[in-house]
Write a protein that binds this ligand. Structure first.
Ligand SMILES: Cc1cc2nc3c(=O)[nH]c(=O)nc-3n(C[C@H](O)[C@H](O)[C@H](O)COP(=O)(O)OP(=O)(O)OC[C@H]3O[C@@H](n4cnc5c(N)ncnc54)[C@H](O)[C@@H]3O)c2cc1C
Length: 395
């Protein structure tokens, strides 16, 4: 990183230790911002994290009981190829945290109408050497008494998948980073970033750094106008459920489930210690404002409940524990927008509903670019899953 002879007046941050690489300002304490801070301190940078809400923030996309991780990636072959590295990046993170917040279990993919997603995943799993096998609809009905196999035309069960536990990961990351001198600015909404100077303004104060990373999730377009045309906030609904007692054991042993279908189109994360059974909607609404009241209305819930009635046997015997509204940004082709902006800025919008599993890997790529260990130019296509190989160095 080049020297910065003419830094603007900096806010007083006495505990920020300048690292070998300089000081980086990160906007957002979701998984993107926190794992970028983690990757940066590993490379010798001093880091300050600015967060509009509490740290971590329950309104962030990242804050939830569980997230799916998997190698099966449908038509997104580039992301499938990145997944072995993404799993390895999480292992580096877990080693630093001293805890593995992952429950490795298979993923069951159900196909109703013929889809590219199903066939492409099978091809990629074969190419990556991930163990998997196809199951007949009759086998689904027999093995999974809680599922309704009516209308399922094909299915496969794949290893190399499971559930990550975001609340635990975020919390441990915050503790880890604070212990290594990262300065947190909670309840501090950044008003503007200067991507040429590597600075930002919050509460009327300009904070100086050598680089600035905008990892502001569904709000990122407010700070980086060029994102507005590329990614829109999307209001999404999830349901947390208590199954009937007779299905308790079956659900505890269940795989993660993706149900592909025009009218179904859901994903299910089974209950495990510390988490509830959850169903989410695969369909993007591409509407809404992440600052709205997030109260689930009948219109939010209707499609998901109709899909659940197709997917689960006797869905009306389940107790609806919570309907939750969350936001992420969605791009046209579901890729991430991660790129240099200006001379000293980076945009890290790792969303489209699948960014949690890849966040530490993408963050290592951003940190490498800031450290000059990989070309800034290649970052965008790599993070969009458009490269044949990851092409990055591990720290
Ligand atoms: C319902 C749902 C299900 C999902 N399922 C999966 C899944 O199964 N697998 C998977 O891999 N991914 C999944 N995702 C996607 C994944 O959770 C997101 O890609 C990821 O959490 C995005 O992280 P982020 O850090 O970019 O954004 P966020 O977690 O939203 O963090 C951004 C932070 O920036 C802060 N901020 C915004 N503006 C400012 C500002 N001006 N100043 C200061 N702070 C600011 C916000 O308050 C927020 O805390 C899912 C997402 C949702 C919502």
């Amino acid at each position: 990183m080049p020297a910065t002879p003419d830094r603007p007046k900096t806010a007083d941050t006495p505990t920020a230790r300048p690292g070998a690489g300089g000081r980086v300002l990160v906007v957002g304490a979701g998984i993107a911002g926190l794992s970028t801070a983690w990757a940066l301190i590993r490379r010798g940078f001093a880091v300050e994290v600015f967060e509009a809400g509490p740290v971590p923030n329950p309104r962030s996309s990242s804050h939830d009981e569980h997230r799916i991780t998997r190698h099966a990636y449908g038509p997104f072959a580039g992301y499938a190829r990145m997944m072995p590295e993404a799993f390895a990046a999480y292992e580096r993170l877990f080693a630093d945290l001293g805890a593995r917040h992952i429950d490795e279990r298979p993923i069951l993919v159900l196909q109703r109408e013929a889809s590219d997603w199903f066939a492409a995943s099978l091809a990629d799993l074969g190419a990556l050497g991930i163990a998997h096998r196809e199951l007949s609809p009759a086998a689904i009905a027999e093995r999974y008494p809680m599922l309704d196999a009516t209308g399922v035309s094909a299915a496969f069960l794949s290893e190399g998948a499971g559930m990550l536990f975001p609340i635990r990961i975020l919390t441990d990351l915050v503790v880890h980073l604070a212990g290594r001198g990262v300065v947190f600015h909670p309840h501090t909404r950044v008003e503007a970033v200067d991507q040429e100077a590597g600075t930002l303004r919050a509460g009327g104060v300009t904070h100086g750094g050598d680089a600035v990373v905008v990892a502001a999730g569904a709000w990122a377009g407010r700070l980086v106008p060029e994102l507005r045309g590329l990614a829109v906030p999307s209001r999404q609904t999830v349901i947390y459920l208590a199954p009937p007692p007779a299905l308790h054991d079956a659900w505890r042993a269940a795989p993660v489930i993706i149900d592909l279908g025009e009218r179904s189109g859901t994903y299910t994360l089974p209950p495990s210690p510390g988490t509830r059974l959850k169903m989410g909607d695969h369909h993007f609404t591409r509407r809404g404002d992440p600052d709205d009241d997030r109260v689930a209305e009948a219109a939010d819930v209707a499609r998901l409940e109709a899909a659940a009635r197709l997917a689960y046997r006797g869905f009306d015997r389940y107790t609806r524990l919570e309907h939750k509204i969350c936001y992420y940004t969605v791009t046209e082709d579901e890729s991430f927008v991660v790129k240099p902006i200006g001379a000293r800025g980076y945009l890290q919008s790792a969303c489209s509903g699948h960014g949690f599993k890849l966040a530490p890997l993408i963050s290592e790529g951003v940190a490498d670019a800031i450290a000059g260990a990989r070309p800034r130019d290649g970052l965008e296509s790599w993070a969009a899953g458009r490269e044949e190989t990851g092409g990055r160095r591990a720290a």
